[in-house]
Design a binder for this molecule. Structure first.
Ligand SMILES: Nc1nc2c(ncn2[C@@H]2O[C@H](COP(=O)(O)OP(=O)(O)OP(=O)(O)O)[C@@H](O)[C@H]2O)c(=O)[nH]1
Ligand SMILES: [Mg+2]
Length: 246
């Protein structure tokens, strides 16, 4: 079923003069695809790496990330309209060099369709569900053409839990959301314990914390037992939406 997945990205690359790779600024290293970046350069196409959702990271993280990327990149927030003028300027420069068809590629849920909307003032559909955009779609801007594409995951490279944590997979599709939610709790314990306090966590054990949050939110099963499965999915979705911050 997944055969042809990469062929489709390659065909978007083939049909574009410029490629915008949309990366989630929170997980830059995990949501960029160096193999595809290299392919783009080999083909002599222009590449812009866009770190989207920059509204969800601190200035410090932004600085660190910029160093780690080692390529020209630009931080934006398509929903908060930050950095969009700079992106437009960069696009204008590249258009003069290369042509005006721009392919927008990247992991699922990184904000490809949202960026296209922001650049064209159109309203193509976006969603908190990863894997929303299905086929390629051409969207016309004033002096350029954008190709929206479905998110791509290099298969075999990531496990399900990691995909959920980087927002590339819908938590409701997980068989065991509890495991992913525990990993999220550990991540918060490490990076932003205050957020856990806000959620109502008192103990130190991820398992107990999930129970505490379920009870606080009245996510219960029939006999009043905490519904860990339901609260796990809920927390993961909130994290994907940026409501829970790291
Ligand atoms: N906080 C924040 N959320 C964003 C930003 N850009 C997009 N989003 C949200 O991220 C989710 C995914 O956005 P889409 O534009 O549908 O992402 P996509 O890359 O087209 O996703 P697929 O089509 O599934 O591959 C939506 O809920 C958007 O509202 C941003 O800059 N900041
Ligand atoms: Mg999309």
């Amino acid at each position: 079923m997944r055969k042809g997945f990469f062929d489709r990205v390659y065909s978007v690359i083939h049909n574009s003069d410029i490629l915008i790779e949309v990366v989630d600024a929170r997980f830059a290293d995990k949501t960029r695809n160096k193999k595809i970046e290299e392919y783009i350069k080999r083909k002599g196409k222009e590449l812009i790496i866009v770190l989207n959702k920059a509204d969800l990271i601190s200035k410090n993280t932004a600085k660190k990330t910029k160093k780690e990327i080692k390529e020209t990149c630009i931080f934006i927030s398509s929903t908060e309209k930050q950095g969009m003028t700079r992106l437009r300027e960069l696009i204008a420069i590249k258009i003069k060099k290369a042509g005006n068809t721009i392919g927008v590629i990247g992991y699922p849920n990184t904000g490809k369709s949202s960026i296209i909307n922001s650049l064209t003032k159109k309203k193509i559909k976006t969603s908190i569900t990863a894997g929303f955009t299905r086929g390629e779609q051409i969207v016309k801007g004033r002096n350029f053409k954008l190709i929206d594409s479905p998110g791509i995951i290099p298969y075999g490279e990531r496990d399900e839990i990691e995909l959920v944590l980087i927002g590339a997979k819908n938590p409701s599709k997980l068989k065991y959301p509890e495991e992913a939610a525990e990993k999220l709790i550990k991540l918060l314990q490490e990076k932003n314990p205050k957020e856990l306090e806000k959620l109502g966590a008192k103990s130190n054990e991820p398992e107990n914390i999930l129970e505490e949050i379920a009870l606080k939110r009245k996510k219960l099963m029939k006999k009043g037992l905490p519904n860990i499965n339901a609260v796990s999915k809920q927390l993961l979705l909130e994290f994907q939406k940026g409501k829970i911050k790291i």
